[in-house]
Design a protein around this ligand. Sequence first.
Ligand code: HEM
Ligand code: HEM
Length: 181
Amino acid sequence: MGYDRMSRILHWLTALIVLAMIPVGLVMTNVDDRAIQDPLFIFHKNAGALLIVLIALRLAWRATHRAPPLPDSLPAIQKFAARGTHVILYLMLIVMAVSGYVRVRAGGFPVEMLDAIGLPHFVPRDDALAETAKSIHARAKFGIGLFLVLHVGAAAYHGLVRRDGVFSRMWPPTASPTRVP
Ligand code: HEM
Ligand code: HEM
């Protein structure tokens, strides 16, 4: 028994955006050429804004839809590790998205897509707040990076080594929940 279609779609859309945003974030803060930085900043901020909406939808969906039970063959410690990693990934997504947004708005920078639709900023212009958010964003990237490595490593272990059907609980991205591995 796998995840329902909406959970899968939201998971893979989030994954696609996050896995693109991390290298873009690292490059844009490490190159000196504005011609390269500017489009990357625009991509990172606007994909980030989209991600905030997706995370909110995902949490709302998850709060109202239970995850399917893991197979009985899985040792209790691995079930615990899987659940713990998932909770931490949700928390890290929130920390990264909120600190990124606050860093940009408190710093007085635009988020082009949101400005185009006239959305209020929700965060006051405040340099000290922008610096704090920037430092949280820069530190938390190690946290999300570490747990993503564990998560993707575990997914590969289930999909390629154990072949116990755990990977196909989430893959393919649009399958229905009744699809039995
Ligand atoms: C190549 C990349 C990825 C692969 C192969 C992958 C694979 C999977 C699989 C197989 C599951 C189901 C696990 C289970 O049945 O218990 C899952 C769940 C999950 N994944 Fe990923 N994932 C990837 C990327 C990501 C990313 C980038 C994030 C977010 C930062 C993420 C967050 C989650 C969360 C939070 C769950 C738990 C879903 C829930 O129960 O609410 N994944 N992933
Ligand atoms: C899960 C979501 C996000 C991830 C994984 C992510 C990842 C990153 C990474 C890895 C960096 C490089 C940081 C460094 O090495 O110092 C970065 C920088 C940055 N991110 Fe994000 N980010 C996310 C969300 C956002 C959002 C929503 C925004 C704004 C709307 C944003 C705006 C920025 C800005 C402005 C920087 C440059 C910070 C600076 O040095 O001034 N990020 N991000």
